[in-house]
Write a protein that binds this ligand. Structure first.
Ligand SMILES: [Zn+2]
Length: 442
């Protein structure tokens, strides 16, 4: 109906609205199925077409398959014999920050612990101080450049958290910057309110007052201004207890804000139990978990209906962040065992200036393969289909299938699924298409 009305005004308009582009010259099209969740053994599977085509209209995939069955379409683009895969999904980042923290990196090399660095004025509070001083425009410009670099490495959907503000004014500033980034770039961006990232200076002895501040002042305003798609809480020893985190998440839930949790990074924090109980969309980090928590997480992906246990997509996605383990020397999340246990797993960069200055999901895949012993196929599913579900964007991205956004990557070589982890630190992506348009930063 909309198309007919549009065409009535202008023939050119009709042409533009209905123009289809057929991409061919694709040796292998990876991740080409309707799946929205891969658990356990399914994580080994990557649906592929060989000698394939991809048909795109208005930024959305309308058909794909073997080239011999491609429809007749006037506008055709020969990609020249390349591999193509879905754009990557980075479901956990802190891309808006005021300054890098390489001085702390050097302190750690010389033997200082995370706690000692925090005592010396470093850590999250260091970022908070610098963010308070930074202008909104400079925060925006710097984050924009960081995102462009991420896109060129294949990331076409990204989540960004606040949490370096820790005052109402500065948290709002960060969230407004994320909103501007959403408008400035064609990729999908989701924003997360992380006021409960750390206790700000002045509240260390008055922790419950800061929890009240989040619940009574920050949350209502942020929801009112529609500045966040989710809330997150750093549920960890020395940060927010599971009781404090629960109060914050329940207040958020009352306002209709879904949750994600930083949990079990430094020990058994109760983060997993809380995430499952609250129906959080994901629980991220998980350096310290055991079978008790895996059982809980797995249970969240099943419902019993009429005596039958059936899998559902509404569980709490476990998200591993191996860039943090690599940089801080923490144990790696037990991803191999978790997948063998039957769980789904997603991977993200946790891109941030303190514990993971890693902006590339390709590097994360490499760490997951070498350190967590995931296969390239499992790691690929962990940064595409399962990562999309961690953001509940599985209807729009994560695989290539009709109805989803035409976010796809042209790879530099053949057998690229294994080349990504193999060539650590070398960008294997040559061209990035976002909603059907090639991304070319000026
Ligand atoms: Zn994080």
């Amino acid at each position: 109906m909309e198309r007919d009305l549009y065409g009535a005004y202008s023939n050119l308009g009709l042409y533009l609205r209905t123009m289809q582009t057929l991409y061919h010259g694709i040796t292998t099209l990876y991740g080409a199925d309707f799946s929205t969740l891969k658990m356990g053994q399914q994580m080994k599977e990557v649906a592929c077409y060989h000698d394939a085509y991809l048909l795109v209209e208005d930024g959305v995939i309308v058909a794909l398959g073997g080239y011999s069955e491609a429809p007749e379409v006037a506008h055709r683009v020969d990609l020249g014999g390349v591999e193509v895969m879905p754009g990557f999904v980075d479901s956990h980042t802190h891309t808006v920050f005021a300054a890098s923290r390489e001085e702390e990196f050097v302190m750690r090399i010389k033997g200082a612990t995370y706690e000692e660095i925090a005592e010396a004025g470093g850590g999250i509070l260091n970022s908070a101080r610098k963010l308070n001083e930074a202008s909104e425009d400079s925060l925006f410009e710097e984050a924009l450049e960081r995102l462009k670099l991420m896109i060129l490495q294949g990331t076409t959907t990204v989540e960004i958290k606040s949490g370096y503000g820790l005052t109402l004014t500065s948290e709002l500033k960060m969230l407004r910057v994320i909103k501007r980034l959403k408008e400035a770039l064609p990729i999908q961006i989701r924003s997360t309110f992380l006021g409960a990232h750390a206790f700000p200076e002045g509240f260390r002895e008055r922790k419950s007052e800061y929890v009240e501040l989040i619940i009574d002042q920050m949350l209502p305003q942020i929801v009112e201004l529609q500045l966040a798609d989710h809330i997150d809480v750093f549920c960890e020893k020395g940060f927010f207890t599971s009781e404090q985190a629960q109060r914050i998440l329940e207040a958020a839930r009352g306002l209709g804000l879904p949750s994600k949790i930083h949990g079990n990074q430094l020990g058994q924090s109760g983060g997993v139990e809380l995430a499952v109980a609250q129906g959080s969309w994901s629980v991220d980090h998980l350096e310290y978990t055991d079978e008790k928590q895996w059982e809980l997480l797995l249970g969240s992906f099943f419902k019993t209906i009429a005596g039958q246990r059936i899998p559902v997509a509404s569980g709490t996605m476990p998200v591993a962040l191996p860039g943090v383990s690599y940089n801080l020397g923490l144990p790696f999340t037990r991803g191999r065992e978790m997948i063998d246990f039957g769980l789904p797993l997603a991977l993200a960069t946790d891109f941030n200036p303190g514990s993971s200055p890693v902006n590339s999901l390709q590097v994360v895949v490499s760490l997951a393969c070498t350190q967590m012993k995931l296969t390239p196929e499992e790691a690929f599913n962990a940064i595409t289909v399962n990562a999309a579900l961690a953001l509940r964007l599985h209807e729009t991205c994560g695989t290539l299938c009709p109805g989803k956004r035409a976010d796809f990557l042209v790879m530099k070589s053949q057998n690229s699924l294994a080349k990504i982890p193999y060539y650590l630190g070398q960008n294997q992506v040559s061209r990035v298409f976002v909603a059907g348009e090639e991304f070319l930063p000026e």
